[in-house]
Design a protein. Sequence first.
Length: 338
Amino acid sequence: MKKKNLKKINTAVIGMGIGNVHAETYKKNNDCNLVYLCDLNNKQKKLYEKKFNCTFSSNAKSVISDKNIDLVSIASYDNYHFSQILSAIKNNKHIFVEKPLCQTHPELKKIKKALKRKKNIKLSSNLVLRAHPIFIKIFKMIKKNLIGKIYHIEGEYNYGRLYKITHGWRGRLPFYSVTQGGGIHIIDLIHWYLNLKIKKVIAVDNKFITNKTKFVFPDTVTALAKFINGITAKITSNFSCVTPHHHSLSIYGSKGTLFLSHKNLLFYESRKKNIKPKKINFKFEKNYKGKILESFVSHIKNKSNKPMVKKQDALDAMSVCLAIDKSLKTKKWERVNY
């Protein structure tokens, strides 16, 4: 089914947690018409309808199948993403989905197969760190060759919100992966920075902090990764750390080394002891979280406008997550199946 170049893109949001940000982004966008909000919890129905001036529903299937809808935002619980993506593809909807796309390799294969049959369907995922000013600054430094030839990267997704896995919905799911829920952002950044794909991974985990809680899955996962050209990386998803939520990144190159921790970005250009690193300044933009979705809407309106996160970017990051989760079970190096 060929999409018409509509004056307004009719949108729907499923899941009103982070979905609130999606709804606000659509509401502010002149190219969009927010038609539906959908959530299993009916208690906020009147509040949402008044705030966004649109229809509220608790039935995701009926929202996705509505012929008037052009673009669906999927921000439901992780275990619903796969079935809702397949339904959206079947109903010829463009898709913007919170990470992860799905939870297993067979699910990802089905999504890829469905997308191949419907090449007109556009898909993106909210890998939001690509829009964060500090990570954009790092990207520009890499592209200017200031760091030189990169040979190793280490990244940490330090969640620092323990209560969300011990008392929130994540701990109630049949399966939850901290790599799919957090580390995927680090994986995507590394793919973006290097413009290369990870070849294989090996991972270890533990759950010391959540051992006596209702959360039964590993809360900390570390993976080693190797790229096709020999570059190495270390990716950690630490959901139980006693710190505020933050991301750490170390990038080692032939000309210099970048260290990012707690919003401080330092750049070393020398191995000499008495030379201090440069502190790299960046302009912080408060409303960066809607940028990935805004770029996707722009892409739907005009395909020559490239989205910040392309369909293949989302699929590739998911493939690495699944290889890491598999390695936790096999205790072996696992090839990434792209």
